[in-house]
Design a protein around this ligand. Structure first.
Ligand SMILES: [Zn+2]
Length: 130
């Protein structure tokens, strides 16, 4: 591979180049992917900045979150029983080189429920509402 040094050092870029990430949407600003660990959720989405940056401008962040939510609403429409999803910035993760956020339903039966409720700043959105 003729990847540059940054790419070789970045697990996410290396995985993506090797086809190990499940990318469901991509444009010039963001990737939207399904995480490798779904943590027993029916659906779970990660929005990853194309740029190598831990922080984004507010404008870019808004774009990334809106794009993620748009795709999440579609993805969650397959699970009409789910009414609420949460979007959260993820600090402890396997993509240290890219800003990213996670979109997930809040399921009391899922192993990350306590972590979301007690340790994470998140914003809730309704899905599947008529
Ligand atoms: Zn990268």
């Amino acid at each position: 591979m003729q990847d540059n040094a940054i790419t070789n050092d970045c697990t996410f870029c290396a995985n993506k180049a090797a086809g190990r990430e499940t990318i469901i949407y991509e444009d010039d600003k963001v990737w939207v992917a399904r995480p490798q660990d779904m943590k027993q959720h029916k659906e779970r989405i990660v929005v990853v900045s194309q740029m190598h940056a831990k922080e984004l401008t507010d404008e870019m962040k808004t774009y990334a979150c809106q794009k993620g939510l748009e795709i999440a609403r579609l993805a969650y429409s397959r699970f009409p029983e789910i009414e609420k999803i949460a979007i959260m910035e993820d600090s402890k993760s396997r993509f240290p080189n890219h800003w990213h956020c996670i979109i997930s339903d809040i399921d009391p039966a899922a192993p990350d429920y306590k972590q979301i409720i007690e340790e994470t700043e998140y914003t809730e959105f309704y899905v599947n509402k008529k």
